[in-house]
Design a protein around this ligand. Structure first.
Ligand code: SF4
Length: 380
């Protein structure tokens, strides 16, 4: 149409490297950091109106961001995210988050409860409490005291209409007793936890500045399994961190063999500009990283497939959160956060129904809706 396109770069790297991006890429018009997304409409108008030739916004006004997000943006569907915390004080040596998202900031409890209630009115049944370091949550409570994540999970579980609660992403050092106990005492808290360990070797964990040993991770999972024996685990893994030896990598493989993940995310280490690990000596050669990643992913994929096959024959409550018109299929997640597909009517999106698992594939399950006698009787 002859109109000029606006090219924008957004996100953490834009935040950290904004000036460099501008000088190296003259065609980029707009740079925006994660704390300033709410200012995007204003920034675009400045460009279109010719008020500015190029715009950059990498400020850190965390508090105002949450205040100025429009209420309509809340509508997310049966399963919704609720941001409770942003930023991180941990400074893992491979990660840009503490530099780009700033220090930990926790939203006040009253704001979260208000938002959770609004989500219910808009049709949400499942909330995932979100934060870069979500279990470090320490916000102002209704009583003026500092509340932790377990406190807000208890509070949100009391909201009528919220049927399921999850949270992500957690750090092992912040898995305190109250949070572990919540998994045993709050039925609405789903039996699933994404708890990244990143590597199995204590030497590598130290170089990553994770500030815990593998033993702590084992202890947390043992404690979780005591209170919630069926809890399913997932994790993130980085292979080929600088200095990772063959033996160190075998420690990571051992963790996977011991814990048995329902699924996990794994990556080759890649340096992030400005992080301490990017300047470490003894980088692992690409070829070695690729071989290690392949072995790790083969094991993780095998575990995931095994897990899915074992689910065949069970009946699980599923929240249908999407519908595929093409396949006439409902899609949802089991309590253990496994994707499941079911033939059924679009009208059932937003319902939680019992599903009999009939097959388990490498990445997801297939099931059939269970029609209970009482439903048939009610329909007669
Ligand atoms: Fe924080 Fe997680 Fe990044 Fe570590 S990896 S610095 S805990 S956000």
């Amino acid at each position: 149409s002859g109109e000029k396109a606006i090219m924008a770069v957004a996100g953490c790297v834009a935040q950290a490297e904004g000036d460099l991006i501008f000088s190296r890429a003259p065609y980029v018009d707009l740079i925006i950091g994660p704390q300033s997304y709410h200012k995007l409409p204003e920034m675009v108008l400045d460009l279109v109106g010719g008020k500015e030739a190029r715009v950059i916004n990498t400020d850190f006004p965390t508090e105002t961001k949450f205040d100025s997000l429009p209420e309509e943006s809340l509508k997310q569907g049966p399963s919704a995210f609720l941001s409770v915390q942003e930023g991180c004080d941990k400074f893992c040596t491979f990660c840009v988050v503490p530099y780009t998202r700033g220090a930990e900031y926790s939203r006040p409890v009253e704001d979260l409860i208000r938002e959770a209630k609004r989500l219910v009115q808009l049709g949400t049944k499942e909330v995932t409490l979100l934060g870069q370091n979500v279990n470090a949550y320490h916000g102002k409570g209704k009583d003026g005291k500092t509340w932790d994540l377990a406190d807000i999970i208890h509070e949100i579980a009391n909201i009528n209409g919220i049927e399921r609660i999850r949270y992500t992403t957690s750090h092992p050092r912040d898995m305190d007793k109250a949070l572990i106990d919540a998994h045993g005492s709050i039925d609405k808290l789903m039996p699933f936890l994404h708890l990244p360990i990143q590597a199995g070797s204590d030497k590598v964990l130290e170089a990553m500045n994770r500030k815990h040993k593998a033993e702590l991770y084992y202890e947390i999972i043992a404690d979780l399994r005591k209170v919630r024996p069926d809890i399913a685990m997932s994790s993130d893994f980085i292979v080929g961190f600088p200095g990772e030896s063959d033996d160190d990598f075998e420690d990571t493989m051992r963790v996977v063999e011991d814990i048995k993940y329902v699924y996990a995310y794994s990556f080759k280490y890649s340096p992030r500009p400005g992080t301490p690990a990017a300047n470490m000596a003894s980088m692992v050669p690409e070829q070695k990283k690729a071989e290690r990643l392949q072995r790790l992913q083969d094991l993780l994929n095998t575990q995931q497939y095994e897990y899915n096959k074992q689910a065949v024959g069970t009946t699980v409550p599923v929240l249908f959160d999407r519908y595929s018109e093409g396949k006439s299929q409902l899609m949802g997640r089991t309590p253990h956060n496994v994707a499941i597909h079911v033939k059924g009517s679009k009208r059932l999106v937003g319902e939680i129904m019992d599903v009999h698992v009939v097959s388990g594939g490498p990445n997801s399950l297939t099931g059939e809706i269970v029609i209970h006698d009482n439903i048939l009787k009610a329909a007669e």
